[in-house]
Design a protein around this ligand. Structure first.
Ligand SMILES: NC(=O)C1=CN([C@@H]2O[C@H](COP(=O)(O)OP(=O)(O)OC[C@H]3O[C@@H](n4cnc5c(N)ncnc54)[C@H](O)[C@@H]3O)[C@@H](O)[C@H]2O)C=CC1
Ligand SMILES: O=C(O)[C@@H]1CCC=N1
Length: 265
């Protein structure tokens, strides 16, 4: 019996396994609908795979569902879990009660939303435990899984849809920001590689300033804006172009999409 089985070994499943391997060692197995993908990942991570979702459920105490929300029905159809087994669902918009219903009810479900910087151990995950009884050791195992690839915040399930735009999807818009910043550098003649480094490390530094100083992001922004200086010129253009409202509207669209998966019964 293994500790953790992963159903779905795509981008997110693989990133989680990479971190989990450091903590759970050979207590991990996985499966995927694609044989090629399983072989590729076995070579890459040195972890074993099994050939069906049922085998994965049978051979693991905790089962991570790392498949797209649209495929939950298909992937879990006919699956027979053990009584009280713990499933960890990382799909946006799929509620704990929906996973329980798909699995026949008598399981415990942790709903979670990780992100791909997990690959570097810099992930941010939010988790919600179902309102079932758990032993402290079981909660600890789930937390150790998510802590193995980054930081973990426990939130009420009602906040899970909003975690999707805040941390699940947000790396994508940060990459867009970095790409656009680098494009501006290239526009003025900067080599692209140097532009990426300047832009990306500034994003890392700014994020750490928010996390580690505890100061308001607006106050930190004010510190960068020298009176009559360069930064305020950029801020003026960003305000005129609707930078903040673009972010808010984009995240609202992301949140709505996450919520919409729940209604696709
Ligand atoms: N990529 C990301 O940044 C994040 C993804 N997620 C969630 O994680 C889940 C997986 O996403 P990704 O890894 O990005 O997708 P992906 O498409 O890279 O991986 C999904 C994997 O599931 C496999 N699969 C499909 N149907 C299956 C079935 N019936 N049985 C077994 N395996 C099956 C596919 O072959 C594929 O390897 C999704 O629910 C996604 O919303 C959550 C947080 C972040
Ligand atoms: O785009 C998606 O649906 C997934 C969920 C969060 C990040 N990627």
């Amino acid at each position: 019996m293994k500790t953790i089985g992963f159903i779905g070994a795509g981008n997110m499943g693989a990133a989680m396994m990479q971190g989990a391997k450091k903590v759970f060692g050979d207590g991990i197995l996985f499966t995927d609908i694609s044989r090629n993908r399983m072989e590729e990942l076995q070579d890459q991570l040195g972890l074993p795979f099994v050939l069906s979702n049922q085998e994965c459920v049978d051979q693991a105490s905790y089962v991570v569902l790392a498949i797209k929300p649209q495929y939950y029905g298909e992937a879990l159809e006919g699956i027979r879990p053990r009584k009280g087994q713990v499933f960890i669902s990382i799909a946006p918009g799929i509620s704990i009660s929906k996973v329980k219903a798909l699995l026949g009810g008598d399981v415990r479900v942790v709903r979670a939303m990780p992100n791909t910087p997990a690959l570097l151990g810099e992930g941010m995950s939010a988790i919600s435990f179902s309102e079932d009884p758990y032993q402290e050791e079981e909660r600890d195992t789930v937390r150790r899984l998510f802590d193995s690839f980054g930081k973990t915040l426990t939130v009420p399930e009602s906040q899970m849809d909003m975690v999707v735009p805040l941390s699940g999807s947000s790396p994508a818009y940060v990459y867009m920001l970095i790409e656009a910043m680098a494009d501006a550098g290239v526009l003025t003649g900067m080599p692209r590689k140097d532009a990426y480094m300047l832009a990306a490390q500034s994003v890392v530094g700014a994020a750490r300033m928010v996390l580690e100083t505890g100061r308001h992001p607006g106050a930190l922004k004010d510190d960068v804006c020298s009176p009559g200086g360069t930064t305020i010129e950029a801020v003026k253009v960003l305000e005129a172009k609707g930078f903040r409202s673009a972010i808010i509207e984009a995240m609202e669209a992301c949140w709505k999409k996450a919520k919409s998966f729940q209604s696709q019964d």
